[in-house]
Design a protein around this ligand. Structure first.
Ligand code: ADP
Ligand code: MG
Length: 249
């Protein structure tokens, strides 16, 4: 049984069937890519997984718990985090100030939930923030104005902010879209480092085949809202339908 199970998910927008009988079984601690042409339903699928959209029918289970019907913040608390195309950071703050935001939010949230006990000191919170920045190789840039960072480093900072919540599943919607090659490679390395340093499952939607083949252990090809094939990168590369439709060969 996978950590994330999607069963018979359907979603219509008026007369358009955006998702038709989507079945997915994502194995724990793998990197699973979802590829497919524009309009295939990739973002719609991701939005169904994080509670931004409600499918018309079907079920989604994470770690044995139903996901559908929960609010986005509840799904986030279950251990699912999402990374958007454009890094969600505050450009006017320094790198350290950005990471301190989720660190303090987490401390205060934990304090409210348990109501009693001691609250982590400010120096403990600073220590956590430094550890997170060190994990993504950004500690040396902690006092840099975030707006001045390269796209790749903005992605590193955003990942540090995201990892504060210790997600079990990370959903990435085209994390290298619009990036120059150097920033794309920086992001590939970042995701490899994160994967190697902790137990985490990643589902990545990506157009760039270089990124997909660098990271994924499994690939699902989505076409017109329905999975066409699911296999290893090697098999997908040689698959006649995929070659024809998506790899331009
Ligand atoms: P992808 O991410 O694979 O490019 P999307 O999931 O964004 O595809 O879109 C799938 C299809 O659903 C497209 O035809 C798109 O125009 C349509 N669609 C997406 N969101 C909406 C919406 N909120 N309302 C109506 N149609 C939508
Ligand atoms: Mg999309």
């Amino acid at each position: 049984m996978g950590i994330l199970e999607v069963k018979n998910v359907n979603k219509r927008f008026g007369g358009l069937q955006a998702l038709g009988d989507v079945n997915l079984d994502i194995q724990e601690n793998t990197v699973h890519a979802i590829i497919g042409p524009n309009g295939a339903g990739k973002s719609t699928l991701l939005n169904c997984l994080i509670g931004k959209l409600e499918p018309d029918t079907g079920s989604v289970t994470f770690d044995g718990q139903p996901v559908l019907g929960r609010k986005p913040h509840e799904i986030n608390q279950m251990g699912i985090s999402r990374v958007f195309q454009t890094p969600e950071i505050f450009n006017d703050l320094t790198v350290m100030e950005n990471v301190l935001i989720p660190c303090f939010a987490k401390r205060d949230g934990a304090f409210r939930m348990h109501a009693v006990g001691s609250v982590a000191s400010e120096s403990d919170v600073m220590e956590t923030a430094e550890k997170m920045l060190s994990d993504v190789n950004m500690l040396a840039k902690k006092d840099v104005h975030s707006g001045a960072l390269s796209r790749g480093d903005k992605r590193r900072l955003e990942m540090a902010m995201c990892l504060v919540q210790e997600p079990k599943l990370l959903l990435l919607d085209e994390p290298t879209a619009g990036m120059a090659r150097a920033d794309t490679n920086n992001t590939i390395e970042l995701l490899k480092e994160i994967k190697a340093s902790r137990d985490i499952t990643m589902v990545i939607i990506e157009h760039d085949m270089h990124v997909v083949f660098s990271l994924a252990q499994r690939i699902t090809v989505l076409a017109q809202g329905t999975p066409l094939v699911e296999d290893t990168p090697e098999k997908i590369k040689g698959h006649p339908k995929v070659k024809e439709a998506y790899l331009g060969e």
